[in-house]
Design a protein around this ligand. Structure first.
Ligand code: NAP
Length: 285
């Protein structure tokens, strides 16, 4: 039995999709059963509850051999990850796969990668079989700009000339599915990127090409961006953490491409052009 968390979200959802039909028994912790109705219909055993609730985790972990831990970002994330790791160990889980991030390194400053790095260290020392998935910026984050791309032909972000090696979450799910069902991944850390290092000006050029109309990237100074984002992210810790992360992208840092998608799935990573084409309707009025 494989246990997944976050299946109604981006990476957990992509992992569940990649695992369905492989004939492996799946269980998922969801807090909203309605959102996971399609997964239930597809045979996934749902445990309804909060992923930070020890009783829920203990119940879900019964008979589980492998698990994917996708934890929501927030000030209690590290405690929640530690609790899940401890519970997995107590339940006899053989391999725990942690969704982390490529920015989670020893000298990480921004709160989200810092928490991921601390949780990684805790998992490495836990005695459990572990695998780390460390994706770069998600292409699917761009769906948050669909409204302005559609209506104004512009998207507004605070990344200046910063670059990412953005990855499609479908590739992240495909890698997770391979790791959760295959052998030889214990003790491995996989960075996951797309096939290109792109600035957001490059992203705009790609949108222009695929959509066949001019799409412009507008750099927004961080204070103004923070103001706008605060309308959607009401948690102060999370708001600050996202702004710090985006500021690090704007400031620029060492970036490289990873070949893990090709190596693990046998397919090349999805390029941005393909992502935009696959979501063309969302970006088109
Ligand atoms: N975004 C990026 O560019 C990026 C890049 C690298 C790494 N990451 C990391 O990826 C992880 C997030 O993955 P994601 O983007 O796939 O997440 P997401 O789309 O935001 O989804 C979060 C999932 O967690 C569930 N959830 C939240 N709180 C819960 C609770 N208390 N109990 C049960 N379920 C709960 C949500 O359920 P509901 O549907 O009910 O809300 C949803 O299924 C984070 O750790 C992040 O740091 C993100």
């Amino acid at each position: 039995m494989i246990l997944l968390t976050g299946v109604t979200g981006k990476t957990g959802g992509a992992t569940a999709k990649a695992l369905l039909g492989k004939g492996v028994p799946l269980r998922a912790i969801v807090r909203n059963a309605e959102k996971a109705a399609a997964l239930k219909d597809a045979g996934v055993d749902l445990v309804v509850g909060d992923v930070t609730d020890k009783a829920v985790i203990d119940k879900a972990l019964r008979g589980v051999e492998r698990a994917l831990m996708v934890m929501p970002n927030g000030e209690t994330q590290l405690d929640s990850e530690k609790q899940f790791i401890d519970a997995a160990k107590a339940a006899g889980v053989k391999q725990l796969v942690k969704m982390s991030s490529m920015e989670a390194v020893a000298d990480a400053k921004a709160p989200i990668p810092k928490v991921h790095y601390q949780a990684e260290q805790y998992l490495r020392a836990s005695g459990l079989g572990w695998t780390l998935l460390k994706p770069n910026f998600f292409m699917q984050n761009l769906l948050g700009s669909a409204g302005t791309i559609k209506e104004q032909g512009k998207f507004f972000l605070p990344m200046a000339d910063g670059k990412t090696a953005m990855a499609d979450v479908r590739d992240i799910g495909a890698v997770a599915a391979v790791v959760l069902t295959g052998d030889g991944h214990a003790g491995k850390s996989y960075e996951i990127t797309g096939p290109e290092i792109l600035s957001f000006h490059d992203v705009a050029t790609c949108f222009t090409k695929v959509l066949g109309r001019k799409i412009e990237y507008v750099h927004v100074p961080m204070p103004a961006y923070r103001q706008t984002l605060s309308r959607f992210l009401t948690n102060a810790w999370h708001l600050n953490a996202v702004c710090e992360l985006f500021q690090e992208i704007a400031d620029g840092h060492d970036l490289h491409l990873s070949d893990s998608v090709q190596k693990l799935t046998g397919k090349p990573p999805i390029p941005l052009e393909q992502f935009i084409r696959d979501h063309q309707a969302v970006f088109t009025a």
